[in-house]
Design a protein around this ligand. Structure first.
Ligand code: AVI
Length: 331
C-alpha cells in the first residue's frame, strides 16, 4: 500500500474527504477513467487485502515472508555492517509480520537501533506502539504518522543517526516505473552517503502465475476492487450499481505491467455530490475504469532504477522460487 500522495495541492488547507472527492471526480472525468488504488484501503479494504495475502494465488506475501523468516541473519548482518546506532524506518509497516523477524533478531543481538514505522493510518500506528513492545520486549519504537515523503523529511531532521529504510511488499510496484524512480530519488534525498534501503519488489515470471494472483478463484481481489466503488457510494453519496461492473485484470509479460480494471457491463450513468455540484458520469457498455497498476520487474531493471536514483546495489535476497526480491540499496 502506498500512502504517498500524487496531489499537488497543499494538504493543510483541505480535509481528506475533499481531496478524495476531487481525486475521484478528476479520475472519472478523464478520457481514460481511473481511480487511485491508494483509496482501496478503508476498513473493509484493509480486511479484504488481509484475505488476499492469505489466498493461495497471492504468492507475493509468502515469498517475502520466506525471505524475512529464513534469511534474517543475513539481512541483519548487512544492515548492521556499517556499525553505530541507526534508525530502522519502515514505510507502510502493516502489522510487521515480515519485518518483525528482523526486529526480533536485531533486539536479540543487542543492536543499537530505533524502529521508526511511518504510516498515514492512526490505527496502524496505535497498534504498533502498543503491540510491538509486547511482542518484542526491549524494542525502541518512535513512530511517525503521515505521508511518506513528509515523514521521511521529518525523520531526517529528528535524528542524525545512520538510516535504514524498509519499503516492502512490492508497494513500489503500485507506482508507474517513472513514479517509482521519482519516489526512490526522494528517498535518496533524505539519506546520507552509506545509508541503506531494503526494497521488496515482485519479479517478472510466468504470466499465468502473475495473473492468477490478481484473479483469485474465491473472488477476493474482485471484491477488493469493487469495494472502492462502495466506498465512493458511501462517502460521496454516489449510486454505483456494483453488480454492473466486472473485475478484469491483465498482465503484459513484455512490460511487466499488471493492471486491474472494472468494466461497465452496460451503458449507464452514475451520480454523486461533489461540493455543491451534482456530478454525472456516463459509462458506455464495455468501458473500463483503470483501478491499479502492480508493476513487475527484472533484477536488471531494479538495479538500473537504484543507480538512476543515486544508489548502488548492495545485495539481492530472493525467495526459493526466485519470484520475489528484496533489493538492498546503498546511498
Ligand atoms: C499493496 N500492493 C503491493 C498489492 C499489489 O500486489 O499490487 C495490492 C493488491 N492489489 C490486488 N491484490 C493486491
Amino acid at each position: 500500500r502506498t500512502n504517498q500522495s500524487n496531489s499537488t495541492v497543499a494538504r493543510g488547507t483541505e480535509n481528506n474527504n475533499t481531496i478524495f472527492c476531487r481525486d475521484v471526480v478528476d479520475g472519472l472525468r478523464a478520457d481514460m477513467k481511473h481511480l487511485q488504488s491508494k483509496y482501496f484501503y478503508d476498513a473493509m479494504g484493509d480486511r479484504l487485502f488481509q484475505r488476499i495475502m492469505n489466498s493461495p494465488e497471492y504468492y507475493l506475501f509468502n515469498c517475502e515472508l520466506e525471505i524475512f523468516s529464513t534469511r534474517t541473519a543475513d539481512l541483519a548482518s548487512l544492515l548492521l555492517q556499517p556499525g553505530g546506532s541507526f534508525d530502522l524506518i519502515e514505510l507502510g509497516p502493516g502489522d510487521c509480520t515480515k519485518s518483525g523477524y528482523l526486529l526480533q533478531h536485531l533486539v536479540k543481538a543487542n543492536a543499537d537501533f530505533t524502529y521508526v514505522p511511518i504510516d498515514i493510518s492512526t490505527s496502524i500506528i496505535q497498534y504498533l506502539e502498543t503491540q510491538l513492545p509486547q511482542r518484542i520486549p526491549g524494542i525502541k519504537i518512535s513512530s511517525l504518522e503521515g505521508e511518506y515523503s513528509e515523514m521521511l523529511a521529518k525523520a531526517a531532521t529528528i535524528s542524525r543517526n545512520r538510516k535504514v529504510i524498509l519499503f516492502l511488499g512490492s508497494n513500489l510496484g503500485n507506482m508507474t516505473p517513472e513514479q517509482a524512480l521519482a519516489f526512490s530519488r526522494n528517498i535518496r534525498s533524505h539519506l546520507q552517503k552509506g545509508d541503506l534501503a531494503l526494497i521488496g519488489l515482485d519479479l517478472k515470471k510466468d504470466p499465468n502465475t502473475v495473473l492468477a494472483a490478481y484473479n483469485d478463484k474465491e473472488g477476493i481481489t474482485r471484491q477488493f476492487n469493487l469495494n472502492l466503488l462502495k466506498r465512493i457510494n458511501r462517502e460521496l453519496k454516489a449510486n454505483f450499481d456494483i453488480s454492473k461492473f466486472e473485475h478484469y485484470p491483465t498482465y503484459d509479460p513484455a512490460t511487466g505491467s499488471c493492471k486491474s480494471y472494472l468494466v461497465s457491463q452496460e451503458e449507464q450513468s452514475v451520480c454523486f455530490i461533489a461540493g455543491n455540484n451534482l456530478e454525472v458520469i456516463n459509462f458506455k457498455k464495455g468501458e473500463p475504469i483503470y483501478m491499479e497498476l502492480s508493476q513487475k520487474y527484472t533484477t536488471d531493471e531494479i538495479g538500473r532504477m537504484a543507480q538512476q536514483a543515486g544508489f548502488s546495489t548492495a545485495g539481492f535476497f530472493y525467495d526459493s522460487k526466485g519470484w520475489f526480491v528484496d533489493a538492498c540499496w546503498k546511498a
